[in-house]
Design a protein around this ligand. Structure first.
Ligand code: ATP
Ligand code: MG
Length: 349
């Protein structure tokens, strides 16, 4: 496999306000990677409509998620920040990938099964083909590194399979058009950090999600101090005190989750947290956790509020980002068309 220049791509859906899982599982890595890589961070609005959205709310959520990106520390000068629907090449490449990916591959995707639920016949075709669009999001920039939470691991594996199959299926044409041995890199998932899978506050076996019906399942980046305290107070737990060692968390998913959240926010290991709180009741631990969460999240919420007061600024960040994204995606998409044999008559006549 030839070496491709390193480029980071990742995105979040504007399905709801971002939450602590998005922040700890992905955003902290996004911020860090700006220091070392050229990064593209997308608000993936075309993914959001795989589930019904209210049009007015969707437009507002796109701006809100953009404000969260900026408030958390993404820098639109250094990184490219934009919403997916403004760069048509994502959808164009996704169609090509619909024709590369196999039904059997998509049938294995657990996110589709979870999101479609029991009424699978009634799920949108878009929800089913979601991973193909996600592969296109990354590969339309020849993205090499993708910082995501643990739940996206399977989709990243699929993106690698699609890239590999495209490279194999079109190997002759790829070489004939001067692209050497491989057209697409195999993108690598970057699933790192102390909290790659933050669980719901209501059920320690389900991941925290924007689309969970219960607002009490998640801590949103816009929650105020009272709301954060209330959600943590009501978080499901078991009646035992906290153990003194991490192995004592086995079989106690809710306890493990709260300790993991504390550890991630305090930038400590779970062992260190248990060294401090081992033997404590949740009635003691929860208020301390709430205080720490407020300390870390309140400045983000305040900055988001400030940013959202200036809609024009948010919109200009997105349109500038989209323009920069297009200058990378458009030539790659033209090359894809040449490789596949989709005749383009640019420059003729
Ligand atoms: P939805 O319920 O609409 O799918 P979501 O909460 O899963 O929303 P996404 O926009 O799908 O959020 O994902 C954005 C990023 O956040 C992805 O990198 C994903 O892996 C990560 N992520 C989502 N939920 C969690 C979680 N509970 N813990 C850690 N990372 C998460
Ligand atoms: Mg998700």
């Amino acid at each position: 496999m030839p070496k491709f220049p390193e480029r980071v791509f990742s995105g979040m859906q504007p399905t709801h306000t971002l939450h602590l899982g998005n922040y700890l599982g992905a955003m902290v890595n996004w911020i860090r990677m700006q220091e070392t890589h050229s990064c593209i961070y997308c608000v993936v609005d075309v993914h959001a409509i795989t589930i019904a959205q209210d049009p007015k709310e969707l437009a507002q959520n796109i701006r809100e998620v953009t404000a969260s990106y900026l408030a958390c520390g993404l820098d639109p000068e250094r990184s490219i920040i934009f919403n997916q629907s403004q760069v048509a090449e994502h959808a164009e490449l996704a169609w090509v990938f619909n024709c590369v990916a196999r039904l059997g591959w998509l049938n294995r995707m657990t996110q589709f099964k979870e999101k479609a639920g029991k009424d699978r016949e009634n799920a949108s075709v878009g929800l089913y083909a979601y991973p193909n669009l996600m592969a296109a999001d990354i590969l339309v920039y020849k993205g090499t590194h993708v910082p995501v939470g643990e739940d996206q691991k399977q989709h990243l594996e699929l993106a690698r399979d699609i890239a590999q199959k495209f490279n194999n299926d079109f190997s002759e044409s790829i070489a004939a058009h001067g692209h050497g041995e491989a057209f697409f890199p195999l993108p690598e998932p970057m699933i790192t950090g102390p909290a790659t899978r933050v669980m719901s506050l209501r059920d320690g076996t389900k991941k925290m999600s924007k689309s969970d019906a219960s607002d009490f399942s998640r801590i949103s980046l816009t929650d105020d101090a009272d709301m954060i305290a209330q959600k943590i107070r009501k978080a499901k737990t078991d009646p035992e005190p906290l153990p003194s060692e991490a192995k004592g968390l086995a079989g106690r998913p809710e306890a493990e989750n709260l300790v993991g959240i504390y550890a991630a926010l305090a930038r400590k290991s779970k062992e260190a947290v248990l060294g401090e709180f081992g033997g404590a009741q949740f009635s003691t631990f929860k208020p301390v956790l709430a205080e720490l969460a407020v300390e870390r999240l309140a400045p983000i919420a305040a900055e988001m509020k400030r940013l959202l007061a200036d809609r024009r600024h948010i919109d200009s960040v997105l349109s500038n980002g989209a323009e920069r994204a297009r200058t990378i995606a458009a030539p790659i998409m033209r090359d894809v068309k040449d490789v596949v044999g989709l005749l383009s008559t640019r420059g003729v006549g």
